[in-house]
Design a protein. Structure first.
Length: 107
């Protein structure tokens, strides 16, 4: 059973790791792109993520998912990693961080 502090620390590690996962066609990580909708770590250290893609037919989807899963599974303390692709709400540029918008020339 994780303490709230342990959950928070694991969540920080998850976010840090997600910031190392990139769509090969975009020079911004999936976290700052706004593709991560939910990060949930249950009391037994199982990670559940809801994420989306910039488009349902994204050609890099398998690469992005595999990269995210491999990196997240390397986090010490997590028991399992479950990544679910969702398309509601539909992703749009407004979901990107200010840093991502700047990097992509949208500001």
């Amino acid at each position: 059973m994780l303490t709230p502090e342990q959950k928070l620390e694991l969540e920080r590690k998850v976010v840090t790791m997600l910031k190392t996962v990139f769509d090969p066609e975009v020079p911004v990580d999936i976290y700052n792109m706004g593709l991560i909708y939910k990060i949930d770590i249950d009391d037994d250290a199982n990670l559940h993520i809801d994420m989306t893609l910039t488009a349902p037919n994204c050609p890099a989807a398998d690469f992005i998912l595999d990269d995210a899963r491999i990196k997240l599974e390397s986090i010490e303390g997590l028991k399992s990693v479950d990544i679910r692709i969702v398309f509601e709400p539909e992703w749009n540029r407004d979901m990107m961080s200010e840093e991502a918008k700047l990097d992509l020339g949208f500001l």
